[in-house]
Design a protein around this ligand. Structure first.
Ligand code: HEC
Length: 262
């Protein structure tokens, strides 16, 4: 009975554990897609360019990644694998975690499984919500992970994002924008504070391009958090076909057995 009570309370507390990783920021949804190979490849390149310097993926090899993502080895060696690394090497970071502690306060954790722990949605919104905050050591804060000790390494792509007051169109209950009755087409706006906005022209990417790049990066990290998923999804089709064929034979055999009974 005791063990059962313990088991039940563990089961009941599972949603609480899952809750711990969430924040009250209104999250934008994301739907990872492991069939989208170009997206996964773009995410892989972004990861090695912008993240691997600090965060390793020590449970992932370049070779397996290239194979799963459909990248020929020579292309991978030329484009994504850091110079001097073998294709069979683990995706470790060159940063020494002992060095990193005094630099950042907290050492950058390994990110192989982070999406399994935090969720793809959390990750996507985290990467989109770094904003200028002069009171922080690196001059930036994060809306999803307040006071995180990571600099905004993608600032050159996204541009300067600030938190402040912006004019936003008033949204009607039917989802449309409230319009000015005197000037056709002009939306009526109201000031909203505590909103994130990117200063136009400060980044290499438009907001839409940045969103797509972050989608690709999170899609890639979704893949590394459970690489077997790619094969498992692919395996499902032959397994189902096999079951259907087996089903036909079982039916025929069954008919054969009962033929003489009637
Ligand atoms: C200059 C080094 C540096 C680079 C480059 C960097 N990070 Fe970080 N990152 C850190 C540090 C330091 C922390 C730990 C911060 C803390 O715990 O307060 C961190 C924390 C994180 C976390 C939170 C992990 C957790 O679960 O607590 C995520 C997620 C993350 N980084 C993702 C990324 C991604 C994705 C990239 C590439 C776009 C990246 N980082 C590039 C230094 C870096």
């Amino acid at each position: 009975m005791r063990a059962r009570t313990l088991f039940a309370s563990l089961l009941l507390s599972a949603p609480l554990l899952a809750q711990a990783a969430s924040s009250d920021y209104p999250m934008e949804p994301i739907h990872p897609d492991l069939d989208d190979k170009p997206s996964l490849q773009a995410g892989f390149a972004l990861y090695t360019n912008y993240c691997l310097g600090c965060h390793g993926m020590k449970f992932q090899r370049y070779e397996r990644t290239a194979d799963d993502l459909g990248i020929p080895h020579d292309v991978a060696l030329e484009t994504v694998v850091p110079a001097g690394m073998q294709i069979g090497a683990l995706m470790k970071t060159a940063m020494d975690s002992e060095d990193a502690k005094p630099w950042f306060g907290a050492p950058p954790p390994d990110l192989t499984m982070v999406v399994r722990v935090r969720g793809a949605e959390w990750m996507y919104n985290y990467l989109k919500t770094f904003y200028i905050d002069e009171t922080r050591p690196f001059g930036v804060n994060n809306a999803v992970f307040p006071n995180v000790g990571m600099p905004h390494v993608l600032l050159e792509l996204q541009g300067i994002q600030r938190k402040g007051c912006v004019q936003k169109p008033i949204i009607l209950p039917n989802g449309g924008e409230k319009r000015d009755p005197l000037v056709p087409g002009k939306p009526i706006t109201e000031e909203k504070c505590g909103e994130l906005y990117v200063e136009e022209g400060t980044g290499r990417m438009t907001p839409a391009e940045y969103d797509k790049a972050m989608y690709d990066l999170v899609n890639f990290m979704f893949y590394t958090s459970e690489p077997a998923r790619i094969q498992r999804e692919w395996l499902g089709v032959p397994v189902l076909l096999f079951l259907i064929v087996l089903g036909c034979f079982t039916y025929l055999l069954n008919r054969e057995y009962w033929k003489d009974v009637h």
